[in-house]
Design a protein around this ligand. Structure first.
Ligand code: AMP
Length: 600
């Protein structure tokens, strides 16, 4: 087992006692992975022994791993949906967890088109806070002086709703930003943001982004790091600057706030900070008015030492563009690996290249098990013969696994849906490269669309072609992120039986809209509220294109008997082949319907 020494031989020593303690905590947890895991499981099982869920499996009060593994099934969200629905409807009895459910966290993973609802308890916020508190101690081992300036972070809250039983349902970050943990956080020189809380907490995405960008520009010399949660979010901010720099420069020049900013708390806050600064306005105009946006981040924020965004998983598609705008600044993925179900861990070597980022799961956050993942030989999960899941301390370097969690909030042996590969160990804790989320075909931002959702959307849209005696013979898709925001492209090969009565461009644009209307709520929210996904596009390709695609695949070694048209493409030569055969392109003419309420 290779023990890596990223914390024991850092670039800089710990800067203060608080950071030294945090680093010591990481060493203690990762040095005792298996013991901590055993303790966490025993704690969870002891406190939840009387829940309806655990009682159902007759644990008889046992808190040991063997009994747990032999009696508790491995489950998915769909298995738990009846229990979750009862909690959402207002049943306050201890169904999954002995502690009262404080709210629901709405995952970007969906079930039947709606965000999954994850019940959580108040104390989980402390656990998340604990993980946040480890980020800067690790970062400052590599980058000195982060207390001498500010972070320009684009952070947003999203819409929230109430379940029929009256519990709030919202994304985990919205829950965090609205909590006292965040709003009344004590001053910490290592965590000073340029964005005022009033802007972060404003639910109107334009007003929020505008104010955050304005403050970032006003404090440009003080900015030491620039970030967002996801790489796509930071690129959206750059795009926002491209579209809005004139008005921003005008505000800075005159010291008056854009009248579109109507949120009273933002107005009040900005009245205190915004003063006429014609020199700064002139500088911004000079940098932004030309065509050249290369290195725009260090040009405007010259003291930036690194970008802080998630560039792993689906976000890897944005690395090149980030390099372009940042002039190759380090893309530090010191952001965590976390989910609505549980916060898992952090990157102990934040300055490594994006392609080499690994996360160390902190053993105190929950109880973690792993299903060996071999696509050629998938593990069959059956209740009668429970599979042997591997414990956190026992995974092997080089192997891939699917993550299963048991949490303090009451999820037991829950399949998160992430595939991870073990890269090395830090002390006795494995470090994982995020490989992918299972079943995700298309993703631009927080949206995740799987194959069956795409299939359903194509089916729904092709209903509009019936009166033109036209059918979709083959289709595939592509996440086009060449423009920001990115958008879904769907390639259609059509069989038009009566060319004199072929579907018009308008009909095909309506097909785009019908597809968007069929997408899950995270996609529609990204289109409507967040503007993080652009209008869906259908590109009609000429007849025979998909046969050429097959010929190409076979020439590269695919088996002719087993060949199936891929439902999503990303390999450049294939995208080029498809694009060279496009007859017409059509865009969705309107945003789909979305409200925070769940569709029944
Ligand atoms: P949500 O439940 O909406 O918070 O989404 C959680 C999911 O986002 C995880 O299960 C992962 O699939 C993905 N995710 C979270 N953190 C990372 C990361 N650092 N790198 C790649 N994917 C991540």
């Amino acid at each position: 087992m290779a023990v890596d020494s990223c914390l024991s031989s850092p670039v800089c020593p710990p800067v203060n006692e608080k950071f030294a303690k945090a680093l010591q905590f990481i060493e203690e947890m990762t040095g005792n992975t298996d013991t901590v895991q055993e303790k966490v499981l025993a704690e969870i099982l002891a406190r939840n022994a009387d829940t309806e869920y655990l009682q159902r499996f007759h644990l008889g009060g046992a808190t040991d791993r063997d009994t747990f593994k032999s009696k508790i099934p491995v489950v998915t969200y769909e298995d738990l949906q009846p229990e979750i629905q009862r909690i959402a409807n207002g049943d306050r009895s201890p169904i999954l967890c002995s502690h009262p459910i404080s709210e629901f966290l709405t995952s970007s993973g969906t079930s039947a088109g709606e965000r999954k609802l994850m019940p959580t308890i108040r104390e989980e916020m402390d656990r998340r806070q604990l993980l946040y508190s480890l980020l800067m101690p690790v970062m400052s081992l590599y980058v000195p002086g982060l207390d001498k300036g500010k972070g320009l972070y684009f952070l947003f809250v999203k819409a929230e709703t109430k379940t029929p039983g009256g519990l709030v349902a919202r994304p985990v970050l919205t829950s965090y930003y609205k909590s006292d943990h965040f709003k009344t956080r004590p001053y910490d020189p290592y965590n000073v943001y340029t964005s005022p809380d009033e802007a972060i907490l404003c639910s109107d995405s334009f007003q929020s982004m505008y104010t955050q960008m304005l403050c970032g520009l006003l404090m440009r010399e003080e900015v030491l790091r620039v970030g967002a949660v996801f790489a796509s979010g930071l690129l959206r901010a750059i795009r926002f600057l491209q579209l809005n720099w004139r008005q921003l420069a005008h505000d800075i020049s005159t010291g008056s706030l854009n009248p579109k900013i109507t949120d009273p708390s933002i107005q009040e806050r900005m009245a205190k900070t915004l003063k006429p600064n014609p020199d700064l306005a002139e500088f911004i105009t000079k940098e932004c008015e030309g065509e050249n946006w290369e290195r725009i981040i260090p040009r405007i924020w010259p003291n930036t030492m690194y970008l802080d965004v998630i560039v792993t998983g689906a976000m890897a598609q944005y690395i090149t563009l980030l390099d372009f705008y940042s002039g190759g600044l380090p893309q530090a993925s010191c952001t965590m690996y976390a989910s609505s179900e549980c916060y898992f861990g952090l990157n102990l070597k934040p300055m490594t290249k994006p392609s080499e980022v690994s996360y160390t799961i902190m053993p105190n956050m929950g109880y973690f098990e792993f299903i060996p993942h071999d696509p050629a030989n998938p593990v069959q999960l059956s209740r009668d013969a429970p599979p042997q899941l591997v414990d956190l301390a026992d995974v092997e370097v080089g192997k891939e696994y699917e993550l299963v969690v048991t949490t303090y909030s009451g999820l037991c042996r829950y399949r998160v849906g992430d595939i991870l590969r073990v890269t090395e160990f830090h002390n006795s804790a494995p470090q994982f490269k995020f490989i992918r989320r299972k079943n995700v075909l298309l993703s631009i931002d927080a949206d995740k669309t799987d194959e069956s959702e795409l299939q359903k959307a194509v089916e729904n849209a092709s209903v509009l072609l019936r009166e033109f005696n036209t059918t979709v013979v083959e289709y595939t898709s592509y996440a086009d992120t060449k423009t920001i925001p990115g958008h879904y492209v769907i390639y259609w090969e059509l069989l038009v039986k009566d060319p004199a009565h072929a579907p018009t461009g308008e009909v095909l644009a309506q097909c785009c809209f019908a597809m968007e209307e069929s997408m899950n709520s995270v996609y529609r929210q990204s289109r409507v509220a967040d503007n993080s996904v652009g209008p869906l596009e259908i590109r009609v390709v000429r007849n025979g294109t998909f046969e050429e695609l097959m010929d190409y695949a076979i020439s590269r070694g695919a088996s002719i008997n087993q060949y199936k048209a891929p439902r999503c493409v990303s390999f450049t030569p294939i995208v080029e082949l498809l694009d060279a055969r496009v007859l017409s392109a059509h865009f969705s003419p309107a945003a789909p319907n979305w409200t925070p309420e769940r569709r029944v």
